[in-house]
Write a new protein. Sequence first.
Length: 152
Amino acid sequence: MKIPGGFDALFRQLTPLFLLGVLAAIVFEPWVPGGVWLRERCGETAVLRACTAALGLYVLLLWGESLRLHALLTGLLQAFRDFRGDRAPEASRNPKARLEAARLLIAALASADPGIRASSHHNLQRLAGVDLGPAVGPWQQWLAEQERATGA
């Protein structure tokens, strides 16, 4: 399953705001306008139950994200194992793992750290068997072509 890169960034940015909102709802619940009405309709622990449910949902989202990242990193490591030495990229036993590894390395090309960019570029060269330079654009085009060719 391919999740848009914007979702990951949004998830990371909203996490502290979500947790602060849950904390504020619990702490300031007695002073919230309409709190008496809410307690009458839903019970004394309505806000606490709602916050617990929200945190439970959030933990499930984190668990799903950890499974996704585990699969990506496992694919990356497998792709590097498959491409040890001078074997051609076409010799890969798992083209999906190769494409997942390429996605991660292409994303790392945009890092602010020059060492990460250089390492990612080097590993992309090894993985692809070609050098498209250190810019992200040509590598994204290469990845799109590979995805079309493999039907991924």
